[in-house]
Design a protein. Structure first.
Length: 610
């Protein structure tokens, strides 16, 4: 969940809401281990192993390290603006994309729903799930399996959409305390959120992460020990056993962690990525007390050996404090550094555009709208020497370059088509809007030598649109460079498009998923084909919404302001056969309870020849 946008209904009465600000992090229980002597801003710690589990559990270490050498790309094709807000950034007024009449190469199935999430759990975990929205979306596909996660539950399917496991509560899977015990008295225990997952073909393993924020079972107060939980399948079958790890992201000097200002802290919304050597998590670090992010330390990046995790070995973890680096704008703080994933089985050094000179490179992206206005820059980051993660003494380099881009900016809330709203009607409240959230970086893919990514943006008419970018990184000696290969917008006439993710195969062909909502559309899942030459194509409706969003988070009776939580993020990924899988929130005609009616749809796209 994104900080300041997180609300969970406890399902106890009409006004019982728990507002949480949560993200992702790891807890290390071993002794601190020093990093290899090198130019470094970090410390090394040892990851901890927790146990094993199967769908129906993790503990760890960190180190900070690296050379920090920000650069400016001289070949970006335009001047790099500075200041706040960025001069030269203008409100996007893109032409609307046509809506295609047919969906060639398309298939799909309904995924998890709010009711699945609320009712998940067996034994002592029965009836212990929060009502929650939005359904933060996890999706990973490989070896003939599709794993979908939302909020605090996940399920495994085959590629025909047949569920192979029941919806599984993350708390039960990780063997931690339930979210809430409702009888005989109400007790709040361990909150989890922000699921992410990926399938790594090189190791034939599935990786899952989730944030754990513990609550005191007596007082229900937040306990200042925030953890990131990691699960790695023991084989290529995610219905089997998994190894579990965790580490502490509180950054207050305890448990071998660094000591940061105003900590213990919360690592909000963990983002994940991987290259041929490493597995990476990035968080936004906020002061945990006073709660709700009164102080922001910026982005933290965690790097560890992917192969060690896949083998059930506990690797050292490197933590990099990107928030401590200067930004182009006075008062800005680097946040939401999104690590890249890649569709190849092994994106070797020569495929990263560095000619092998950096012994493994992981790219990350971030937007530069530090002040919630408009901007026309993006930052490309590189972790180098990632091969050293496979040793006992990792020694990473870290650098970035700021390049000019099309304009994007903080989005408004989105309208939705009017229709039956039984919860709103019972409360005597009007139709909700959908949260447009913000313009921080979403999912990034490194494919065909390029970085593909999209953000929410305001567009003319006070609507939400999608801004997408295709960027080619490169190296001049030891200096990182980057240039925009293609960029553009995806909008639909009179409607909003929001929460994009792009899946791209190794040939550079892909699809971008997003929600369409507005006066003419109930919230629906949509997509458009994309490639580096043509950019994004026509809009296809994958799953047409049939009702308005009618969930509790927007209603004043539950502490809302008329705008419902939506999305936070979607997911897209390429399968080994080059097809693209997408997952996005929409409103189906499906069973619901009296608190929310969201569902998800999983799309499978076989890309058509030009």
């Amino acid at each position: 969940m994104r900080i300041s946008r997180r609300s969970l209904l406890l399902g106890l009465n009409a006004v019982a809401i728990l507002s949480l600000v949560v993200g992702g992090f790891f807890v290390f229980h071993g002794a601190a281990q020093p990093a290899k002597a090198a130019p470094s801003l970090g410390v090394a710690r040892q990851l901890s192993f927790v146990g094993t589990a199967a769908p129906s559990g993790a503990t760890g270490t960190v180190a900070t390290g690296g050379e920090f050498a920000p650069t400016i790309d001289a070949d970006a094709g335009r001047a790099i603006p500075t200041g706040a807000p960025s001069p030269g950034a203008t409100l996007p007024a893109p032409a609307a994309k046509p809506i295609a009449a047919t969906n060639p190469g398309f298939s799909g199935f309904d995924g998890l729903t709010h009711l699945d999430s609320r009712l998940a759990g067996t034994g002592i975990y029965a009836n212990t799930q929060f009502n929650g929205e939005p359904p933060d979306q996890a999706l990973c596909v490989g070896n003939g399996f599709v794993l979908e996660g939302v909020n605090t539950v996940f399920a495994v399917y085959n590629t025909s959409g047949v569920r192979l496991t029941a919806p599984t509560a993350y708390n039960e899977f990780f063997k931690i305390r339930p979210q809430v015990v409702r009888t005989p008295t109400v007790i709040f225990e361990d909150d989890t959120s922000d699921p992410k997952c990926l399938y790594d073909a090189a190791t034939n393993r599935f990786f899952m992460t989730i944030l754990k924020l513990p609550l005191d079972p007596v007082t229900s107060a937040f306990v200042p020990r925030v953890l990131a939980l990691i699960a790695v399948s023991q084989t290529g079958d995610p219905t089997g056993d998994w190894n579990m790890y965790s580490f502490d992201l509180s950054d207050d000097g305890q448990n071998g962690t660094p000591s940061h200002a105003h900590c213990p802290c919360l690592g909000d919304q963990p983002l994940i990525g991987a290259d041929s050597n490493g597995f990476y998590i990035s968080t936004n670090e906020f002061a945990l007390f006073p709660f709700a992010g009164a102080f922001f330390n910026g982005a933290q990046v965690y790097a560890m050996s992917k192969r060690a995790l896949a083998a059930g070995v506990m690797p050292p973890v490197v933590q990099i404090d990107a928030g401590a680096l200067p930004t182009p704008d006075a008062g800005g703080i680097w946040g939401s550094l999104q690590p890249a994933t890649a569709p190849r089985a092994d994106d070797g050094d020569e495929d990263n555009g560095d000619g092998g000179r950096n012994h493994g490179t992981e790219y990350l992206l971030s937007s530069l709208d530090f002040f919630n206005t408009l901007d026309n820059r993006v930052a490309v980051w590189a972790l180098t020497n990632t091969a050293s993660l496979n040793s006992g003494t990792p020694n990473l380099g870290f650098t970035h370059v700021v390049i000019g881009s099309e304009s994007y900016g903080f989005p408004p809330d989105a309208l939705q088509k009017d229709g039956p709203i039984p919860l709103g009607a019972a409360l005597g409240e009007p139709l909700e809007k959908l949260a447009g959230n913000d313009d921080r970086m979403n999912q990034v893919v490194f494919a065909a030598g390029k970085l593909w990514f999209g953000v929410n943006t305001v567009v003319s008419g006070d609507r939400v649109g999608v801004a997408y970018f295709i960027v080619k990184p490169g190296w001049k000696g030891d200096a990182l460079s980057a240039r925009v290969v293609n960029q553009g917008y995806v909008t639909v006439a009179g409607q909003s498009t929001l929460y994009p993710s792009i899946g791209v195969n190794s040939e550079g062909k892909g699809a971008i998923t997003f929600t369409v909502s507005g006066p003419d559309f109930f919230p629906s899942e949509a997509y458009a084909a994309i490639d580096a030459e043509h950019g994004a194509g026509a809009v296809h409706i994958a799953a047409a919404g049939v009702l308005p969003e009618d969930g509790f988070t927007g209603y004043v009776a539950f502490g809302g302001n008329g705008t419902a939580r939506w999305g936070d993020y979607s997911a897209a990924v390429a399968d080994a056969d080059g097809t693209i899988w997408l997952a996005q929130e929409y409103i189906p005609n499906a069973p619901r309870n009296n608190r929310a009616n969201w569902g998800t749809f999983v799309s499978h796209i076989t890309l058509q020849d030009d």
